[in-house]
Design a protein around this ligand. Structure first.
Ligand code: NAP
Length: 357
């Protein structure tokens, strides 16, 4: 009979997926079932509320166990897909028990002793991890950074101005449930003629968002930081600087929530050291690993979340040189926030760690 790690998997590293029942965790189990299988046992961990639930990974049913110290016994790599405060408390526990932690939360991203890794951009950073923790960037940063990193490697980035169009699943399963509920509340009602129509239809069912998101756009994500900036906007700025190794890069970001279930989009204005050409930019984007150029407006071709959802790469379209600045490019970028924006990047980091052995 096969052991818990299944047939032919003995001797391979043990993986724990903490937060296996959440929005990111669910996509993580799909990704682990689709990628080359480097793991022995895969242990699924969530809160005590979910203990005993059975989830499918690699075609096998696995029972979820509650998050305890013992859940990390014998674990080589522990992926954390849980809220910040849970990761803050438990990632050091897992590391102390010998696991390398790959954390998807925001708890450790800006810690100087925790590398922030995007395997296509700064894979070398994964090796220096004095706390035994590697951080995965925020989904909005990740949705553009692979394309931006490829352009930076050739042209040298000097300034970034971006606006995001963020899907509700960026706020977890609660965000998805909220949009679904609001869609049913507003369906068939006369809306869009008076201020307050939508608010009245939705009532207090705004979920994790400050305003109704169905049939609306909300220029806010995260919590309030200094001078009117949102925490999400500060994350994109700080994380882009850290990943690209450009600590003084001028970055201005406006984060906006839109009624899309999954896949974040961004408009990007990137200014470089010297003059750029659209032809060379298109070549770089078309050949960069993990990036797809989809850019032929004459044929109606540009990425939209509906095209991109469920795929792995960053999709780039609308590549133009800035009208008034020959050193700057304009792009429209889409990336699945639950795949490359979260679970896929975490899986890639975990595979880099395993490949060191
Ligand atoms: N959604 C995205 O696009 C995205 C992208 C990048 C990073 N992230 C980050 O990834 C993390 C997970 O996000 P999500 O969107 O998947 O959230 P989610 O859908 O709310 O899922 C949260 C997960 O954490 C578990 N959890 C909550 N409290 C716990 C506790 N006290 N002990 C043990 N497990 C606990 C939940 O288990 P139960 O089901 O048992 O409650 C669930 O599995 C967050 O830090 C988020 O910021 C999310």
């Amino acid at each position: 009979m096969a052991g818990p790690e299944g047939p032919g998997r003995s001797g391979r590293p043990t993986l724990a997926v903490v937060g296996a029942t959440g929005a990111v965790g669910t996509v993580m189990l799909q990704i682990l079932s689709q990628r080359a299988d480097v793991w022995g046992e895969i242990r699924l961990v969530a809160s005590a509320r979910s203990a005993g639930r059975k989830l499918t990974v690699r075609g096998e049913e696995v029972e979820v166990v509650a998050l305890t110290e013992e859940a990390f016994d014998g674990v080589d790599v522990a992926m954390f897909d849980v809220p910040d405060e849970v990761a803050e408390q438990w990632a050091p526990v897992a590391a102390a028990r010998g696991a390398v932690v790959v954390d998807n939360s925001g708890a450790f991203r800006m810690d100087p002793d925790v590398p922030l890794v995007v395997p296509e951009v700064n894979p070398h950073a994964v090796r220096r991890r004095p706390r035994g923790i590697v951080a995965n960037p925020n989904c909005t940063t990740l949705s553009m950074i692979v394309a931006l990193g490829a352009l930076h490697a050739e042209f040298g980035l000097r300034e970034l101005v971006a606006s995001s169009y963020q899907a509700v699943s960026g706020a977890g399963l609660a965000g998805v449930r909220t949009l679904r509920e609001q869609m049913s509340l507003v369906a068939g009602t006369e809306l869009g003629t008076h201020p307050g129509d939508l608010r009245r239809a939705v009532g207090d069912r705004t979920g994790p968002f400050p305003e109704p998101v169905a049939l609306n756009v909300v220029p806010w994500a995260g919590s309030l930081r200094e001078d009117g900036w949102s925490s999400e906007e500060m994350k994109v700025r700080d994380e882009t600087r850290k990943i690209l190794g450009l600590p003084a890069l001028p970055v201005a970001v406006t984060c906006v929530r839109v009624p899309v279930v999954t896949t974040h989009s961004l408009t990007v204005h990137a200014r470089f050291e010297g003059e750029v050409t659209v032809d060379r930019a298109r070549e770089i984007i078309a050949t960069a690993p993990g990036v797809v150029l989809f850019d032929n407006p004459a044929a109606g071709e540009f990425p939209t979340p509906a095209d991109v959802v469920g795929t792995d790469p960053t999709w780039v379209g609308r590549v133009r040189r800035a009208l008034d600045d020959p050193t700057a490019l304009e792009l429209f970028v889409c990336g699945d926030n639950l795949r490359k924006g979260a679970a896929l990047n975490t899986a890639q980091i975990a595979e880099l760690v395993v490949a060191e052995r």
